[in-house]
Design a protein around this ligand. Structure first.
Ligand code: UD1
Ligand code: MG
Length: 434
């Protein structure tokens, strides 16, 4: 919209989070909370996005430079003070949408309802909630318009209001600029409350409309409990998206996904699977229970788990199988290869049709550096082998079970490294006679 500017307030201290990570940078679905807000803001295609942050987190946004105007609020004196920092940057004749950096789940269709309005009109996004809560309360007049928003802490003990303020509202830049200097900090928290402008506006006969939405869409995340609730909601939305796109999940509520998870057709995800950032699962793959995947690509018709851990930098190519209690890190497992049980494969390139026996370990680390293991096509690694990297095992080669392999094994060879078996006949009988 060519007349729209968006202001995102994200400079607060976030003390209720009780964390060394600033509140708006806490991950939600694997992405900082405020980046969700920024992404939604961008989808509205505004003229400008102004992001108000504090000194401590300003460098975190270097990679998003150019996408918005970064404004620094020097001291965190409240939302009313944060908006003051932004007002200087606003154009004279813009529609302003104010978003809070800790309210990340709002839907585009809801925001669209409040961004078209008249110059002398304000729209506040609200929701109903009867249980006790800390949200600001929206007070309506007899005409159904908003009279004021009172912060929960400022309410008298016997007052109960159920209409809550989401923090999100739209206002014309000229009206915001006029009202904003009048905000003071004469209240219990000695903070500049942005919400004070609503009373000033209604006193000047400005129409303030309340637009009702569901609480789920406008969770304000202040502490870890809020974050957990928002994550729940976010995960549910993500799962719905993938279910509608044709992914099979037998017990969806136990599957955790990331915002950037890409899943192809006819993929089956069994209960209790966790998918971290940057995971792509191609058509027909099946992910069995209790598997954990991050930053990896899972090929077509592959089978992963149960109990598999696929770590960053891994590519499992089509029709491969990674079974129970197998950990794979920074490795390529090519077509049709199998690592079925109890193995660690790290920094390795495994060719096509390779069988890695149970208990095989690629010993990739000598305490100082990491080394590569290369296993060529059709090789067979016997169970319980230790492959000391750097190492190459040639095409069609066999490794005898229980071997510790330290040297390159040539194509078509058999390498065995273990003592010859000894047998003492009737030893047990003699022992038992004593
Ligand atoms: C605020 C609202 C409340 C509303 C709730 C919705 C006010 C006074 N209260 O309360 O009515 O129901 O959100 O979630 O606005 N921030 C700054 N600078 C500051 C303080 C805060 O940029 O000095 C930012 C925060 O980073 C946050 C947002 O403003 O993203 C809201 O601040 P927060 O302290 O979380 O306000 P709430 O107590 O949640
Ligand atoms: Mg908040």
């Amino acid at each position: 919209m060519n007349n729209l500017e968006i202001v995102i307030l994200a400079a607060g201290k976030g003390t209720r989070m009780k964390s060394s990570i600033p509140k708006v940078l806490q991950p939600l679905g694997g992405k900082p909370i405020v980046e969700h807000v920024l992404d939604t803001a961008q989808t509205l295609i505004p003229k400008k996005i102004h992001l108000v942050v504090n000194d401590e987190i300003k460098n975190e946004f270097e990679h998003l430079k150019g996408k918005f105007n970064l404004i620094i609020q020097k001291k965190q004196l409240g939302t009313g003070d944060a908006i003051k920092a932004a007002v200087k940057s606003l154009e004279k004749n813009s529609n302003i949408l104010v978003l809070y950096g800790d309210v990340p789940l709002m839907h585009l269709s809801t925001l669209k309802k409040i961004i078209k309005f008249k110059k002398d009109e304000i729209n506040i996004l609200c929701f109903n909630k009867e249980e006790q809560n800390d949200y600001g309360k929206v007070i309506l007049g007899t005409n159904g318009l908003v009279n004021e928003v009172i912060e929960q802490k400022e309410l008298k003990k016997n007052e109960n209001f159920y209409l809550c303020n989401s923090g999100i509202f739209s206002i014309h830049s000229s009206l915001l600029t006029k009202l904003m200097p009048k905000i003071n900090n004469k209240n219990i928290k000695k903070e500049y409350y942005l919400t004070d402008i609503f009373k000033m506006a209604s006193n000047s006969d400005i129409k303030i409309k309340s637009v009702i939405t569901s609480e789920k869409e406008v969770y304000g995340i202040n502490d870890k409990k809020d974050l957990a609730m928002a994550e729940n909601e976010f995960q549910e939305n993500l799962r719905d998206k993938h279910l509608k796109a044709g992914v099979t999940m037998h017990d969806p509520s136990t599957v955790y996904l990331s915002e950037d998870t890409k899943i192809g057709k006819d993929v089956i995800i069994h209960p209790f699977v966790v998918i971290g950032k940057n995971v792509k699962i191609l058509n027909g793959a099946e992910i069995y229970s209790f598997s954990h995947l991050e930053d990896c690509k899972i090929g077509k018709k592959t089978s992963i788990g149960p109990y598999a851990r696929i770590r960053p930098g891994t590519q499992i190519i089509d029709h491969a199988k990674v079974g129970n209690f197998v950990e794979v890190k920074n490795s390529i497992i090519d077509t049709n290869s199998k690592i079925n049980h109890l193995s660690y494969v790290g920094d390795s390139i495994i060719g096509k049709n390779v069988n890695v026996g149970a208990g095989t370990i690629t010993c990739n680390y000598d305490g100082r550096a990491k080394y590569k293991t290369v296993i060529r096509d059709n090789a067979f690694i016997g169970s319980n082998s230790s492959l000391i990297a750097p190492l190459e095992i040639g095409k069609n080669a066999y490794i005898g079970s229980g071997s510790t392999i330290t040297k390159k094994v040539k194509q078509d060879s058999l390498a065995v490294e273990r003592s010859v078996q000894m047998e003492v006949k009737n030893w047990a009988k003699r022992k038992n006679k004593k």
